[in-house]
Design a protein around this ligand. Structure first.
Ligand code: NAD
Length: 257
């Protein structure tokens, strides 16, 4: 199978798109490393995978905490001697308008906390995890870094100053790392999912989801598996000449990127 003997780290692998991504790699022979803040769900998923014949380990990792990320990377490397793929999938939202102005007065603003929390997880987290795994990838002269961006990084989105800032910045880092790491056999790409049915969408009102579906040429919301298969393709040997790109996986919602 394509990923026999390869070690794949998925951040936020305990649920949503991350969970489906783990499954997609496991089905193709990879050894799996799940990093997530959710201890119970992550550990249970790793046990489930092991019971089904996939070698998998879980580490409770907050991607914001570089010491814990470094320790988890060291322990995976010690166990298997390599990390071939990193999917920087962990991400959060804290939505709100920059300034909500109604009836002649400021009602609300995006707080420092809302801004910083999202920057920490979605941006600093990607930086921490990538920095932690790149040395072993360089030693092995092989690696694939895959970063979760979003459709909203490409067109902006009402109420998402913080989130869009991070998902655009991830595209910038992808391009820098593609240039810096290509000579070591490491490719770096971003995936920009459209609206995907996971817990992240639970806070989005149905009428907004309906509007999104109406704006999607294929006429449906995405599934976690839609994104997982894009990651699997970009991590495969078939994608070795794809580097520094942003792959839209959005049913055609944003065209021309
Ligand atoms: P989700 O909320 O369902 O899952 C996110 C996972 O990340 C959870 O398992 C959570 O525990 C983990 N996580 C959160 N903070 C963490 C931290 N600090 N350290 C480690 N793990 C942490 O989200 P999802 O919908 O599966 O989204 C996955 C990624 O795809 C995110 O980066 C998100 O921004 C991106 N994305 C999602 C959509 C969508 O519509 N769902 C669209 C575009 C992009």
């Amino acid at each position: 199978m394509d990923f026999d003997g390869r070690v794949v780290v998925v951040t936020g692998g305990a649920s949503g798109i991350g969970r489906a991504t783990v499954q997609a790699f496991a089905e193709h022979g990879a050894k799996i490393v799940i990093w997530d803040v959710q201890e119970e769900a992550g550990a249970a998923y790793a046990s489930e995978l092991n019971a089904a014949g996939t070698e998998a380990i879980f580490s409770q990792v907050n991607v914001v905490d570089s010491a814990s990320v470094d320790a988890a990377a060291a322990s995976a490397t010690e166990k298997w001697g390599r990390i071939d793929v990193l999917v920087n999938n962990a991400g959060i939202v804290r939505d709100g308008q920059l300034v909500k102005y109604k009836e002649g007065a400021v009602q609300k603003m995006m707080s420092d906390e809302m801004f910083e929390k999202v920057i920490d997880v979605n941006l600093r987290g990607v930086f921490n995890c990538t920095r932690a795994v790149v040395p072993v990838m360089i030693e092995n002269q092989h690696g694939r870094i895959l970063n979760a961006s979003s459709v909203v990084a490409l067109y902006g989105n009402f109420g998402q100053t913080n989130y869009v800032a991070t998902k655009s910045a991830v595209i910038g880092m992808t391009k820098v790392w593609a240039r810096e790491l290509g000579k070591h056999g490491i490719t770096v790409n971003a995936v920009a999912p459209g609206f995907i049915r996971t817990e992240m969408l639970d806070s989005v009102p149905d009428k907004i989801i309906d509007r999104m579906v109406a704006a999607t040429p294929v006429g449906r919301i995405g599934t976690p598996e839609d994104i997982a298969s894009a990651y699997r393709f970009l991590a495969s040997d078939s994608a070795g000449f794809i580097n520094g790109t942003v792959l839209s996986v959005d049913g055609g919602m944003v065209l021309g990127t």
